[in-house]
Design a protein around this ligand. Structure first.
Ligand code: FES
Length: 153
């Protein structure tokens, strides 16, 4: 039995559990793959387009496999004022991706989030939950370089 079927086996096949199943898969795999869409459709005996429709309706569900390092750029009020859009711009430029995307090496993914709770350090990002604040372009590029080398900055 595949890992996905194993996961879905614990969820009742009533269609009202569709969101619950999607959340379980995303928590487990980090995104909703094509294989997951098919397995879920099979589990609930519904069409794959129906599952895809629900996935695309809710922003919480990701269709792209996240990178090894998930960069969250804070765009809460304090960070917004202190240049969150500049930070996003620097990241996009260096990584060649936009908000919500993963780079082609599968190393970094980029997302914008609300306040990370460290407003006094604005502008702030987190990488896999580790927070970096008071960012300028040089500091940010150094963080990326350190992660590329395989170690946490
Ligand atoms: S607004 Fe960015 S950490 Fe609070």
């Amino acid at each position: 039995m595949s890992h996905l079927s194993e996961l879905l086996r614990k969820i009742d096949t009533d269609r009202s559990n569709l969101i619950k199943a999607l959340q379980a898969v995303q928590t487990d795999e980090g995104y909703i793959s094509n294989a997951a869409i098919e397995a879920i459709a099979h589990h609930f005996t519904i069409a794959t387009v129906e599952v895809e429709g629900v996935v695309s309706f809710y922003a919480q569900f990701k269709r792209v496999k996240p990178g090894k390092y998930k960069i969250s750029v804070c765009d809460g009020t304090a960070c917004h004022i202190k240049g969150a859009s500049l930070v996003t711009g620097w990241l996009s430029e260096d990584l060649g991706i936009k908000d919500g995307q993963t780079d082609k090496e599968g190393l970094f993914s980029l997302e914008t989030v609300a306040c990370l709770g460290c407003c006094s350090l604005a502008p702030v990002i987190s990488v896999n939950g580790k927070v970096f604040g008071n960012l300028d372009r040089k500091g940010l590029l150094k963080i990326l370089k350190d992660y590329r080398k395989g170690g946490a900055a």
